[in-house]
Each structure stands twice: as structure tokens, then as C-alpha cells.
Design a protein around this ligand. Structure first.
Ligand SMILES: Cc1cc2nc3c(=O)[nH]c(=O)nc-3n(C[C@H](O)[C@H](O)[C@H](O)COP(=O)(O)OP(=O)(O)OC[C@H]3O[C@@H](n4cnc5c(N)ncnc54)[C@H](O)[C@@H]3O)c2cc1C
Length: 409
């Protein structure tokens, strides 16, 4: 039997969202610990986020001075976006070169691999003195009106006022709090490939989306540059067998059809995904002692880069709610502080899920109506240029933000 420790807040999971939660708690002087199932320095699987929005950079900068600028400086900005339909260009926009090293203004976005993002978040945590426990999966949680008792697989016990569950898609915190995901799963498979850039002869920095690439039998293909590499997304048809496309050997067969063949020798990661479009039924439990953040609370298709970009505010707003709850003069106000934070982030999650559903429908919807809309838009581009912009917006979904809430923390 292990020892019992007490703290105000336990953060479960040291993925990027847990790191942000740990950092925000530390910066506010709230006693806390981040407990991670895997050992320190674990290899992180999968190719995941490569794009952080300006709003995320600003929030990170507010949370920990210098962090937003560090991420901006160490990422890249692609100034050009281009869209082709069946091989024909239908849209191009050049924003001009943006200075991502400007020490006074955060750029519109920064593009760097999630491994790098996590490295800078972790460095900020270490600098701030965030306490970590590595290699201890949280196994059970006993949640009551007065707090939470957590037991790890190693038998150690933690007693906390609050828990922030940042333990990812298969969250134990979500399950132990009696909460559940709601929503569908996408039907089609996406192959996601990362390759290293050739430092001696790099490609121009352009995000390019191909509707129905002629060299790929009419499959959609997207290219997105990030610092020192490229992300290639191939969207399979419903009749495809994913295994024909996803092994490194098979990627080496199709990649040279859409990219300089030299990149087939620089593959760093291949994964295949069928995306869930799910949001948890509530962001907090019945006692208002647990808050969920990041993939523990929602999973979206990556179009519009909504996953980590909404995980960061989930964590920051959870911490603001907890800060208010810790000094609340009554049980009623304590619960209201947690409820406000949970409600705000659920509204945002539902909005993001709808946005990525719109993007998916725009890109892959195969109803007669959608096929016709895309065909007509592509054929009218030369006379109605806004049609090209409509096609180009497909991979993002709506751009405006979720409804403003009145809650002030
Ligand atoms: C192909 C792809 C592209 C993407 N692109 C973008 C993008 O450009 N921009 C964007 O914003 N988002 C993007 N996303 C989404 C983004 O990657 C995720 O939103 C993000 O990784 C979620 O982070 P997290 O910390 O919530 O979860 P995770 O990264 O899954 O971290 C969870 C952590 O909890 C730990 N854990 C699990 N169980 C326990 C337990 N019982 N006890 C203790 N610890 C536990 C795990 O070991 C892990 O370290 C993309 C995703 C994919 C798949």
C-alpha cells in the first residue's frame, strides 16, 4: 500500500493539455500535481497537431510569459494557400511574408510538430516548477461532495479538492466520473504521412489542397508544411482498403505520384485515422469536483485544427473556474464557478464539432447535391472568383468563433 498525499488540484495526464493545466495552476499559485501514466521521456505516438492559432498563442502567452512567442518563433508561417480541383487551380492567395520573430506581435498562426509544441510546454512547466509524477496511471477515483480521492496503479493515494482530467481519448477520469462521449464517427479513412524537408532544397511554403487529385484516382490530398517537414493527408474512398495505402512500403508507392520522389525516403511517420466527432455529455460531474479538458472531453476531425486549439482554453478556463471555486464563500457559489467553466467549454466543443462536420461534408460529402455544388463552383471560378474561395474554405469549416459567453472569471 502506497502513501496518501494531499493537494488542491490533481491534473491527470501530461499530454499538451495537461501541461497547460499544470502551468496555469502553478502560475496562479494553486497547489497541484500532474500525474502521468507513462514514464518520463516516453515516445509519443502518431502524427498529430501541427497548427496553433493566434488565439491559442495569445492564451499561452497570458498563461506563461514568453511561451506564445517561443512557439511562434520556433514554428513557420506559410504565406500561400492554394486549392486545385481535379488538377486545375481554382484559388490561390498570397498573404506575403509574415515575421514570426517579431517580439511584439504574435502571428496569425504557427506551424510546428506536436512533439516540438510539447517540448516547449514542458520546458515552461519545468521553469515554473510544476510538480510531475511519471509512470503512475490513475486507476480509480472516489468523487464526493467534499473532494476526490484518486488511487494510482502503483497503490499511491491522492486527495484533492479538484481534478482536471486531461487523460486523452480513453480517459479514465471521464469514465470514473460517469460521463460519456456522444456523437458519430466518420465513415472514411484518412492516411496521414509526415516527411522531413530537404534543408538544402526546400519546397516553397504553401498549403495546398487538391480536390480529387488526378494522379490519385480522384482522392483528395492536402499538403501542409510545418517546421522542417510536410504533412500529407490522403483521403481514401469508401471502397478503398486502408491497408493498401498505409504501410511505409505502400506510401512509398503512392507518394511519388503527388510529390518529388525524394520525399519517399524521408518519411518520419504514417498513421491512418477514422475520426470521431464526439463531445462529452457534460464537462463536470454531479458534485462539480472534476473538470475534463482536451481529448478527454472531445474528439474532432482535424480540419480547422480544432483539437489542441480548443484543449488549451479548456485547460485555462478549468483553472480559472477552480481558482474561483477555491475561494467561494458558499457551496452554491463554489458549484456555480465550476458549472460556468464546464458550460462555456461544452458550448465551444459543440461549436467546434459542428465546424469540423461542416468541413468534412464540404470535402467528402458524396450526396448528389454536394457533388454538384463543388462541380459548379469549380466550373464558374473564372467568372465568379468567390466560388474559388468557397472551395478553398472547405478544409477549415466556419471561421468565426463560438458564441461569446457573459461569464467573467
Ligand atoms: C492527424 C491529426 C492532426 C491534428 N492536427 C491538429 C492541429 O493541427 N491543431 C490542433 O489544435 N489539434 C490537432 N490535432 C488534435 C491534437 O493532436 C489533440 O487535440 C491533442 O493531442 C490532445 O491532447 P491531450 O493532452 O488532450 O491528449 P493526449 O495527447 O492524448 O494526452 C493524454 C495523456 O494522458 C495520459 N494518460 C492516459 N490515461 C492516463 C491515466 N489513467 N493516468 C494518468 N495519465 C494518463 C497519456 O499517457 C497521455 O500522456 C490533430 C490530431 C490528429 C490525430
Amino acid at each position: 500500500m502506497g502513501e496518501t498525499k494531499k493537494t488542491d488540484v490533481v491534473v491527470v495526464g501530461a499530454g499538451p493539455v495537461g501541461l497547460v493545466a499544470g502551468l496555469a495552476l502553478k502560475e496562479k499559485g494553486i497547489s497541484s500535481v500532474v500525474i502521468e501514466a507513462e514514464p518520463y521521456g516516453r515516445p509519443r505516438a502518431g502524427s498529430r497537431a501541427i497548427y496553433l492559432h493566434n488565439a491559442t498563442l495569445k492564451l499561452l502567452e497570458e498563461t506563461s510569459r514568453g511561451l506564445g512567442f517561443t512557439l511562434a518563433r520556433n514554428g513557420i508561417i506559410w504565406p500561400v494557400k492554394r486549392t486545385l480541383y481535379k488538377g486545375k487551380q481554382v484559388y490561390v492567395r498570397n498573404y506575403g511574408v509574415t515575421d514570426n520573430k517579431d517580439p511584439h506581435h504574435l502571428p496569425h498562426f504557427t506551424s510546428l510538430h506536436q512533439h516540438e509544441i510539447e517540448k516547449y510546454l514542458y520546458e515552461a512547466c519545468v521553469h515554473a516548477g510544476v510538480e510531475f509524477v511519471w509512470g503512475e496511471p490513475v486507476q480509480t477515483m472516489d468523487i464526493s461532495k467534499s473532494g476526490v480521492r484518486l488511487v494510482t496503479a502503483n497503490g499511491n493515494v491522492w486527495e484533492a479538492e479538484y481534478v482536471i482530467g486531461c487523460d486523452g481519448a480513453r480517459s479514465v477520469v471521464r469514465e470514473q466520473a460517469g460521463l460519456r462521449f456522444e456523437g458519430p464517427r466518420t465513415a472514411d479513412t484518412f492516411i496521414v504521412v509526415d516527411v522531413k524537408e530537404d534543408p538544402d532544397n526546400p519546397l516553397p511554403l504553401e498549403r495546398t489542397f487538391h480536390y480529387q487529385h488526378p494522379a490519385m484516382g480522384g482522392r483528395n490530398v492536402m499538403f501542409v508544411p510545418f517546421k522542417d517537414g510536410w504533412r500529407i493527408d490522403l483521403q481514401l474512398l469508401s471502397s478503398d482498403k486502408p491497408e493498401d495505402y498505409m504501410s511505409v512500403e505502400n506510401v512509398k508507392k503512392w507518394l511519388p505520384k503527388v510529390m518529388d520522389p525524394k520525399y519517399a525516403d524521408s518519411i518520419t511517420w504514417v498513421s491512418s485515422y477514422r475520426f470521431h466527432q464526439v463531445v462529452v455529455n457534460a464537462f463536470t460531474d454531479e458534485h462539480h469536483r472534476v473538470l475534463l479538458a482536451g481529448e478527454a472531453a472531445h474528439l474532432f476531425a482535424p480540419f480547422g485544427a480544432r483539437g489542441l486549439n480548443s484543449g488549451v482554453p479548456d485547460a485555462v478556463i478549468a483553472v480559472r473556474g477552480i481558482e474561483k471555486a477555491l475561494s467561494a464563500p458558499s457551496e452554491e457559489e463554489r458549484k456555480a464557478a465550476i458549472a460556468a467553466s464546464a458550460k462555456e467549454r461544452r458550448i465551444a466543443a459543440l461549436w467546434n464539432r459542428d465546424g469540423s462536420s461542416t468541413a468534412l461534408h464540404h470535402l467528402q460529402g458524396d450526396s448528389r447535391e454536394m457533388n454538384m455544388k463543388r462541380e459548379i463552383a469549380a466550373s464558374l471560378v473564372s467568372v465568379v472568383p468567390s466560388m474559388g474561395r468557397w472551395l478553398d474554405e472547405g478544409p477549415y469549416g466556419p471561421k468565426f468563433g463560438p458564441p461569446e459567453l457573459t461569464t467573467k472569471y
